[in-house]
Design a binder for this molecule. Structure first.
Ligand code: SF4
Ligand code: SF4
Length: 92
């Protein structure tokens, strides 16, 4: 039996920091990105186009690192969350 990505993400625990560990220069997304690929590749749907504008929210991020590698426009700055914050994964 397969489980959807959305169902699997329910098992991720996240101690969300008030400080964003990913910063996105959304003006680049809105004005010169030809593909907006992060809206497709982020498994947690942190990147969304709403009324023709990029909306990014870090709170649901599972720290997979995909957006850092997928963005070829220099719009994504990525650090690890402050100590004691971020996600923990339940195995099994
Ligand atoms: S690929 Fe980079 S520039 Fe393009 S929409 Fe995603 S974050 Fe923005
Ligand atoms: S690190 Fe992964 S989950 Fe977090 S915003 Fe980037 S692609 Fe999405």
């Amino acid at each position: 039996m397969s489980t959807s990505v959305k169902d699997r993400l329910i098992t991720v625990k996240n101690n969300i920091s008030k400080k964003a560990h990913i910063v996105v220069k959304t003006e680049i997304c809105d004005t010169r990105c030809p593909h907006q690929c992060t809206t497709y590749v982020c498994p947690a749907k942190c990147f969304e186009i709403i009324e023709s504008k990029m909306r990014f929210q870090y709170e649901d991020c599972i720290e997979c690192g995909t957006c850092l590698h997928a963005c070829d426009q220099g719009a994504v700055s990525w650090t690890f969350p402050d100590s004691g914050h971020g996600v923990s994964f339940k195995l099994g």
